[in-house]
Write a protein that binds this ligand. Structure first.
Ligand code: FHN
Length: 552
């Protein structure tokens, strides 16, 4: 785990501001391009060795066919730059164990085993540096080729893996290390901690993802939701959604299911509005060419970013409810309204806001924006036509200090109550809880993170509420529970207790809402706790939220 807080550390500042990077999956699997023995192989392209059950001895022969004579490092760096991407992460070694760099650890690499005989990573690192793009490596802990990458021989494999990582850090000077394949049963959090210490000893300002460990919230610098976007900001934890542009990471010649430029822009806006980064993938061909559709889509989305990047780069989430018309990012006391659905017929755009507005305008086109107070916020009167077909940006400068609006997690940490919604209900979310105990922790399987690893009877979750008057509240829990796990627990609201039992919901990520019963809550500030009534069977539950709903 890092020895600083990645959420605020100067070490991660560039990464937090960058918001958008290019992921590249490139390796021997591109030679097969999704086919084996004349048949299409289902699944993601870089998993073809496993999906088609190709023996190592057969798969190794692909190296002799891998000769990316059309590889052009500068062209690749320019695709990233024109896309508006600020960093690039490329596979140095994927699960197939083939090293795409000049390693001395073994001969199963692009320089020694292919007719290409060059090191493309050296060229790409230099080209990225010249284009002002931060360069990073993906590295898979799991290795289907190495004879010692297994539970019995891991003690002999891991030193060789560390030596390769030392080569990568000392010879290519990456800004990021993106680990993967950490799910193997012979890798654990302690090994991840040891590796992280080793790497930070080589380069203290490395930015490292959570898959160096076991994807726990104290592994590495940030969370890595994959092919999904959390529904809300993940509390005080950095995160980056990685996604394919079509349906595969490694090249498959028949995968034409491309995302549209509009979809890419909207995903980027959605992610940035929740304080996350977007790592978007391209899968180059065996000749070393990024597929033309990828380039076209990224260039088109890049043109939106060139015009509206102020609303993305260097922003973070705004502690405001997510609007139906688009998304909102924040930089200091300026809000950027990313309007997907421009109001028609001169209708005002409503913004729920407690702070007073100083001024408002259009980011990239002259045109008046006026505003007036409205119930719960302001109404903005906009020009008849939007300024961009994907997302039009309206700026709102606040007179008050939005930064003063505490997040739910900050309120709980200070022992302050979570405010009620307009309907009187109070949502106590997982990422706003104060967690007591050494096993219980926040993890990101749910939309905005859930409380998990609830393994001990003494571990419990706590929030604070302040009720204006005594009232009856229905208590609802939204949780997930794997078969064979669960147990009894008690929800306590002030002095009132409700017993409950967590039951299997279909899996650790299948969240369901259960109404526990009703409590007579007293007025004033009081804590709300969820405590096991005894030792849980395995895990008690993955708790997403507790809701207090005024009983009719
Ligand atoms: O198994 C890999 C997969 O091939 C790909 O590299 C993705 C990208 O993050 N990660 C793993 C699946 O979670």
């Amino acid at each position: 785990m890092p020895n600083d807080d990645p959420f605020t550390s100067p070490r991660t500042r560039w990464w937090r501001d960058a918001k958008y990077g290019m992921f590249i999956h490139w390796g021997l699997y591109a030679v097969l391009a999704g086919e084996w023995n004349g048949k299409k192989v289902p699944g993601i392209g870089e998993w073809i060795m496993d999906n088609a059950k190709i023996p190592v001895s057969e798969y190794e022969k692909l190296a002799a066919q891998f000769n990316p004579v059309r590889f052009d490092a500068r062209a690749w760096a320019r695709v990233a730059k024109n896309a508006g991407m600020k960093y690039l992460v490329i596979t140095s070694k994927h699960h197939d164990g083939f090293s795409m760099f000049d390693t001395r650890v073994n001969a199963y690499n692009i320089v020694k085993a292919t007719p290409y005989r060059r090191d493309p990573m050296r060229d790409l690192a230099r080209a990225c540096r010249d284009e002002g793009i931060r360069f990073g490596f993906y590295y898979s802990i799991m290795d289907w080729h190495h004879p010692q990458a297994n539970e019995r021989d891991a003690a002999r494999y891991i030193p060789q893996m560390k030596e390769q990582l030392r080569e990568l850090v000392t010879r290519y000077d990456p800004a990021i290390l993106w680990f993967d394949g950490e799910w193997v049963n012979w890798w654990d959090q302690a090994k991840g901690r040891d590796l992280e210490t080793f790497l930070r000893g080589l380069k203290p300002n490395l930015v490292i993802n959570n898959r160096i460990g076991k994807r726990r919230t104290d592994d590495g610098d940030y969370e890595t939701p994959e092919q999904e976007i959390p529904k809300a900001a993940l509390g005080k934890r950095l995160w980056e959604t990685c996604m394919t542009l079509n349906d595969t990471w490694g090249y498959k010649k028949d995968d034409e299911n491309w995302k549209s430029p509009k979809d890419v822009v909207h995903k980027l806006c959605d992610i940035a509005s929740k304080g996350g980064n977007f790592l978007l993938n391209v899968g180059p061909t065996a000749e070393g060419v990024i597929p033309a559709p990828s380039v076209r889509i990224l260039e088109e989305a890049g043109r939106w970013l060139q015009a509206n990047g102020d609303a993305i780069y260097g922003t973070t989430f705004a502690p405001l409810p997510q609007p139906a018309w688009g998304r909102i990012t924040r930089k200091g006391n300026r809000l950027y309204l990313l309007v997907f659905d421009w109001p028609a017929g001169g209708q005002p755009l409503r913004l729920a806001l407690a702070q007073p507005v100083k001024s408002a305008g259009l980011l990239k086109r002259r045109g008046d924006v006026t505003f007036r107070p409205a119930e719960g916020g302001v109404e903005l009167l906009l020009p008849a036509a939007p300024s961009n077909r994907y997302a039009s940006v309206v700026t709102v400068d606040l007179a008050g200090d939005l930064a003063a609006v505490k997040s739910p997690a900050e309120l709980t940490a200070e022992g302050r109550p979570i405010p009620a919604a307009a309907d009187g209900s109070i949502t106590l979310s997982a990422n706003a809880a104060k967690l007591h105990g050494d096993a219980i922790q926040l993890e990101y399987k749910g939309d905005a993170g859930n409380i998990g690893f609830w393994l001990k009877a003494d571990d419990y979750a706590e929030w604070f509420v302040a009720l204006a008057a005594p009232a009856d509240y229905a208590v609802e829990l939204t949780y997930a529970c794997e078969a064979g796990n669960g147990g009894d627990f008690v929800v306590q609201v002030g002095g009132e207790k409700l017993a409950g039992r967590s039951k299997p919901t279909g899996g650790w990520t299948t969240f369901k809402t259960a109404r526990l019963g009703t409590v007579k809550a007293a007025a004033g500030k009081q804590s709300v706790t969820v405590k096991p009534s005894g030792a849980p069977r395995g895990g008690l539950m993955n708790l997403l939220s507790v809701r207090l709903v005024p009983a009719p």
